[in-house]
Design a protein. Structure first.
Lengths: 335, 120
């Protein structure tokens, strides 16, 4: 019965050292008793195929041994939901940081290639960087949670809570009045500042540096002014009636779409016509004007990407609005 | 409901009862193989991979005692209920009876007609 001995040896490998002999002796006795019973039932000695079938029925050595081992997990079921939540946040942060790096890298590349024709390298923000950053962050989070699991800190974490400190009920359609008030205030400030300081024709002054913008700026000026007024109106409506409706969400989408189109157009409009600073040679100033306009031109994909992200967020909100509403919060029973 | 779900639910339902069955069966001394046969004969099939670790756990909890002894020219490990195990068994049987009564009461409330037919 070499097969039986090999099976027992394989089981022994996975068992705790102190219990190996005892467990194997008992398993061996049980197996032999079963073999004898089978032989007497069949009325003949067992073949290798019979023994193989019997061992298969018992399960793989590691499975059999696992029954004798204590329950082990890197992160237990109590901490796992918290671990998954933190991992999602870390993933979002890594993707956000890398995305921002890409935007900065694209912008830097556009500007440097205009001014000095330096070769741009994506080495710093490659997919490899994203993977390495995410992997090391996830490994760190996993390690911290594994330590918490081992040190029993989970019991303190999970027991130190207060029902009174639970977050307030969230309604997906509710707009916090505080954010509407801040948005309204900011929009009104922008309207005043924009109206007083940015009308066309426009020359911007930064100390001794002056930047003249083209006549096309007039479209941008009025467009942004109207959009900001529209946004202020929407904020006022949200402040008075603080929940998203289909009409308001659609209006928000229209505002964001128009704003995005304006900015995309601005990148292509060759908006800077002249840059002047004391003692600047005309040909040098012309080169800088060309450089700034080309840099703006190369920022077009970034402007498109940001517009798409903003629109997608608002469209998602519109889709959620059109879905069935959630169950109403529990109300106190009428007395 | 698929067969796998049903199997899992049956496994969960039987798992708690197995401890009770093992403790009750070991009021008289037995070794592992005969214990398994006894349980199977009463409709409580249990595989070796579940039974032997369970016996060890119950022994480490002080509910069983065991000793290696020669029987029919072979060494076998015999298990029996300890004094503490006997006391726990009585309490568990009371708990089991209480659960059984509760479930029966719930079934009667939920299916009074079926219950009436069943009594006819």
């Amino acid at each position: 019965m070499e097969m039986i001995d090999r099976y027992l040896q394989a089981v022994r490998f996975w068992l705790p050292k102190k219990q190996q002999d005892d467990i194997i002796a008992e398993l061996s006795e049980d197996l032999r008793a079963q073999l004898e019973e089978r032989e007497s039932a069949l009325g003949r000695p067992l073949t290798d195929a019979d023994v193989e079938a019997l061992l298969r029925q018992r399960g793989s050595p590691i499975l059999v041994a696992s029954g004798y081992l204590p329950q082990r997990s890197l992160i237990g079921p109590l901490l796992f939901p918290l671990y998954l939540f933190v991992l999602k946040i870390v993933t979002a942060c890594v993707i956000g940081a890398i995305g921002l790096s890409w935007i900065v890298a694209i912008a830097t590349h556009a500007f440097s290639s205009v001014s000095s024709h330096q070769h741009f390298s994506y080495n710093g923000v490659s997919w490899g960087t994203l993977w390495t950053a995410w992997f090391s962050s996830a490994a760190m989070v996993t390690l911290i949670f594994a330590i918490l699991e081992r040190t029993q800190a989970r019991t303190r974490i999970l027991e130190s809570w207060n029902p009174r400190k639970l977050p307030p009920l969230r309604h997906p359609h509710l707009i916090p009045r505080s954010s509407s008030a801040i948005e309204l205030g900011v929009n009104l400030c922008v309207v005043v500042w924009w109206g007083l300081n940015m009308p066309s024709p426009l020359t911007l002054h930064f100390g001794s540096l002056s930047v003249a913008l083209s006549a096309a700026w007039v479209w941008f000026f009025w467009g942004i002014l109207l959009l900001t007024l529209g946004s202020a109106g929407l904020s006022l409506a949200n402040l008075l009636r603080p929940w998203w409706t289909t009409a308001r969400t659609a209006f928000r989408i229209a505002l964001d779409l128009a704003g995005g189109l304006f900015f995309c157009w601005l990148t292509k409009a060759h908006i800077v016509t002249d840059i002047h600073w004391p003692g600047a040679p005309p040909e040098h100033a012309a080169a800088v004007v060309s450089g700034v306009n080309t840099w703006l031109d190369r920022m077009f994909p970034v402007a498109v990407a940001i517009t798409v992200i903003i629109l997608a967020t608002n469209i998602y909100r519109l889709i959620r609005l059109r879905r069935k509403p959630r169950a109403q919060p529990m109300q106190p029973a009428a007395v | 409901m698929n067969a796998e779900t049903l199997d899992n639910l049956r496994f969960e339902l039987r798992r708690g009862s197995l401890v009770l069955a093992v403790l009750a069966a070991l009021r008289s001394e037995q070794y592992g193989y005969t214990l398994r046969k006894t349980l199977a004969a009463h409709g409580m099939e249990i595989d070796e991979g579940t039974l032997y670790p369970l016996l060890r756990r119950l022994e480490s909890q002080g509910l069983l005692t065991s000793e290696w002894r020669e029987h029919e020219k072979r060494n076998k490990r015999f298990y029996r209920l300890s004094g503490e195990g006997g006391r726990i068994l009585v309490q568990l049987l009371v708990e089991w009876q209480s659960l059984d009564n509760s479930l029966r009461a719930i079934f009667r409330e939920e299916n009074p007609k079926e219950n009436d037919h069943g009594n006819d």
